[in-house]
Write a new protein. Structure first.
Length: 335
């Protein structure tokens, strides 16, 4: 039994392998209880402040449903609601410190990393990273839960984490969190992406450092064919390098003509097809965190096949985030 009360969840690197496994176990226990129709009031009377700077389907709804299932309440705080949002009439630290006087936890999806880190620094209540440019720990936890459900012990598993073409330009946050998760839990992870789309190489090196202790293996290749051989899971995501994202691709512009032309040339090669899935293990499962750009990142044929477990992944956001909230925000977690 790990005591995580009061802890933030900003980075996968903030947790030991034992703590990660414990969180996933609690998530699976909460899932079993829910399937039996039992609601565990672990957050009775508690409030979660949910600050979202970008749209969200899975993260926001799973947090809200999860809090409610545990007897608590979520406040949806988008940029129209707070003085610190569109009005920009208040200092960020004053907003965070005030929220911490009313609520028991904060879930924060941020466009920038600096505000994510300062929220954790200035709030004396747990802050849960609901996706930032540098990490998406909740998704990585849900992916780990999903893979453990399907495969059991992940230490013998191989995961191909493959870049997929799409027109949007998301940051590499999930890729970074997945590398750290592989390093902590000790599974084999092969990142496949085109040149110029590497994830954060500092995180890559840190994940390799963790892997050297856990028995994991993390590498980077330039094609699906190299990545998927013998893979148990193929997880597809689209991202730009931290250097490109820092130029404001997602929020301000789609990149200059050179970037757009470079990216457009990748469209055919970097779409996951049934042919590529056929190169992996026979029982290989296909993952995507969603939202997914169908037939550009992954073909419909693959997404609609029995190999696709994308909705199990989406569902597990609910269960594992309930575990994170209960363990960090609640006094006791009893089963
Ligand atoms: N995967 C994920 O974070 O989805 P949303 O952006 O819809 O929350």
């Amino acid at each position: 039994m790990q005591n995580l009360k009061g802890r933030d969840c900003i980075s996968i690197d903030g947790f030991s392998a034992e703590e990660i496994e414990f969180i996933v176990d609690v998530g699976r226990q909460l899932k079993r209880e829910l399937k039996m129709g039992r609601y565990n009031p672990l957050l009775l009377g508690k409030s979660l402040a949910a600050i979202f700077e970008t749209p969200s389907t899975r993260t926001s709804i799973s947090f809200e449903a999860g809090v409610q299932q545990m007897g608590g309440h979520m406040l949806w705080l988008d940029s129209h609601r707070l003085w610190v949002g569109e009005a920009q009439e208040e200092d960020w630290h004053d907003t965070i410190k005030t929220i911490a006087r009313y609520c028991d936890g904060i879930a924060y999806r941020s466009i920038g990393q600096a505000r994510q880190l300062s929220a954790a620094e200035f709030a004396d209540i747990p802050v849960i990273n609901a996706s930032s440019p540098v990490e998406h720990p909740c998704q990585a936890f849900a992916d780990a839960e999903t893979m453990m459900e399907k495969k059991g012990d992940l230490r013998k598993a191989k995961v191909a984490f493959c870049w997929g073409y799409r027109t949007a330009n998301p940051p590499a946050g999930l890729t970074n969190s997945t590398m750290l998760m592989a390093g902590k839990l000790g599974f084999e992870l092969v990142i496949a992406c085109p040149e110029g789309f590497d994830p954060d190489m500092d995180v890559y090196r840190r994940a390799q450092e963790c892997a050297s202790l856990s028995g994991g293996k993390i590498s980077l290749v330039r094609s699906y064919e190299e990545a998927v051989h013998d893979a148990d899971f193929i997880n597809v995501y689209s991202w730009v390098s931290p250097e490109m994202f820092a130029k404001g691709l997602e929020t301000h512009f789609q990149g200059d003509a050179t970037f757009q032309a470079r990216k457009a040339a990748l469209k055919e090669e970097w779409r996951l097809s049934a042919r590529v899935v056929g190169l992996a293990r026979k029982d290989c499962m296909v993952m995507h965190c969603m939202p997914i750009s169908r037939n550009t990142e992954v073909t419909d044929e693959v997404l609609n096949s029995p190999a696709s477990i994308i909705f199990d992944q989406a569902e597990n956001r609910l269960h594992v985030q309930k575990a994170i909230m209960a363990l960090t925000m609640s006094a006791t977690v009893n089963f």
